[in-house]
Design a protein around this ligand. Structure first.
Ligand SMILES: Cc1ncc(COP(=O)(O)O)c(C=O)c1O
Length: 426
């Protein structure tokens, strides 16, 4: 329902925010940099990625927690506030070690305890069977586009790609260099708005694996179930829905994900691989892309992204403390439902192009009936401290990424803003 309030009043209408962003959080260290910050009385010009604007509506004093925005970026993305605060409290002196995690030897007992705990918590979260190895790597998911064919197949081997968006397409293009990759289904002509029926997939009879992108971050298309590969080897890029819901790992040969959307900062790439698939890399495979090297060395062949792994570990702990991925999925469904209902109920003022049954719980793309208002929408939202709502440059429109760490209050505030914006511009 539309409200007639001014955009600025939305800040006041958000009672949950003060609860969620409690400056007296027990793990906030009592250091001077967490005391109230006095802002200048003159309007303060702040730059955020979405737009540059004058913020003349902020209160004169605010805590650092109140100064945080709701960040709808697709990645790097918002992180859980309690994780950031815990990292802050441990930044200078990790648990009495006398040093920061950033300063530790990756072979010392302190860091070994961090990486081992991160792995065991991830195993608990996803219920990863013991026949699977967990690798913490670098190079982003993009590096895996090459590492997967290099490790699993030979130059002359056929493999299948189901392309439901730009990331699947990129993975296919990279694989073509290292094997006989074939697109067996593409949603490109329909602007990547749906997932094909699994029965209709014409899998190559001798394909060594089938690759999917479980959640297309740009187009907002998410697999709700998974096809079975003819030879049993399904490979999934789960970068943008990793740990957002329970997954039956045993259905996959490899699951891979860049951390920077749901589980940590950029710089860490997680690969979950069935152990029997390790050890067959093509001869030209660079050492850093060879899963065998990393598995044999427990992800410590060279210097790993230590701080990023530590942050992922804190996020895993937090997800477990929330009750695990069943609970996390419930929260994600609630947030996504709220946002999609607002779009559906707007009488066409907002539109989501994606087929309803496969709309992503993580990335919600939408357009405005009047595209000329899109820049104004992004600008006004940023003024209300909701940033990074501009759609990907390749598709335009808007996109709200509502990963695990986006609080319900952030989505509620966005929906209230959308209704208000519609009331003023319809
Ligand atoms: C689904 C998906 N796959 C792959 C990538 C590429 O990840 P990276 O930048 O970590 O290489 C992204 C990045 O946004 C993504 O969303």
């Amino acid at each position: 329902m539309a409200t007639a309030s001014s955009p600025n009043s939305l800040l006041l209408k958000n009672p949950n925010r003060s609860l969620l962003r409690n400056p007296n959080h027990p793990i906030v260290p009592t250091t001077t940099h967490l005391t109230t910050v006095k802002l200048p009385t003159k309007p303060l010009s702040i730059k955020c990625a979405a737009t540059t604007q004058t913020q003349d509506h902020l209160p004169l004093t605010q805590t650092p927690a109140q100064a945080r925005v709701f960040n709808f970026a697709a990645g790097p993305a918002t992180l859980p506030e309690n994780v950031l605060l815990k990292a802050q409290s441990e930044l200078y002196n990790w648990r009495g070690s006398g040093m920061s995690v950033m300063e530790m030897s990756h072979r010392g007992k302190e860091f070994l305890s961090i990486i081992q705990k991160a792995e065991s918590d991830l195993r608990a979260l996803l219920n990863i069977p013991s026949e699977y190895a967990v690798l913490f790597l670098q190079g982003g998911a993009t590096t895996q586009f090459a590492a997967i064919p290099l490790n699993l197949v030979k130059l002359e081997d056929p493999v299948d790609y189901v392309v439901t968006g730009s990331w699947g397409d990129k993975a296919f293009k990279e694989a073509q260099k290292y094997c006989k990759a074939k697109v067996i289904w593409s949603g490109k002509s329909e602007k990547y708005t749906r997932i094909p029926s699994f029965e209709g997939l014409e899998q190559s009879p001798d394909a060594k694996y089938m690759h999917i992108c479980a959640n297309e971050t740009i187009h907002g298309v998410e697999f709700k179930d998974y096809p079975t590969a003819k030879n049993g080897l399904l490979i999934a890029d789960m970068s943008s829905n990793f740990c957002s819901k329970p997954v039956d790992v045993s259905k996959f040969g490899i699951i891979y994900a860049g951390a920077q959307k749901n589980v940590g900062p950029s710089g860490v790439t997680i690969v979950i691989i069935r152990k029997d698939l390790i050890g067959n890399a093509q001869e030209i495979t660079p050492v850093m892309l060879d899963y065998k090297i990393h598995a044999e060395n427990n992800s410590l062949y060279n210097t790993p992204p230590c701080y990023g792994i530590y942050m992922c570990g804190l996020v895993f702990e937090d997800l477990l403390a929330q009750g695990g991925l069943e609970e996390v999925e419930k929260k994600n469904k609630k947030k996504a439902e709220l946002l999609y209902n607002a779009i559906n109920g707007s009488n066409g003022f907002y539109r989501c192009p994606v087929e309803k049954s496969v709309r992503s719980l993580m990335n919600v793309p939408f357009t405005l009936e009047k595209p000329e208002l899109e820049a104004e929408f992004v600008k006004e939202a940023a003024r209300e401290k909701m940033v990074q709502l501009k759609g990907h440059r390749s598709v335009g429109g808007m996109r709200a990424s509502i990963y695990n760490a986006m609080p319900l209050a952030g989505v509620e505030k966005l929906v209230a803003f959308m209704e208000d914006f519609q009331a003023r511009h319809a």
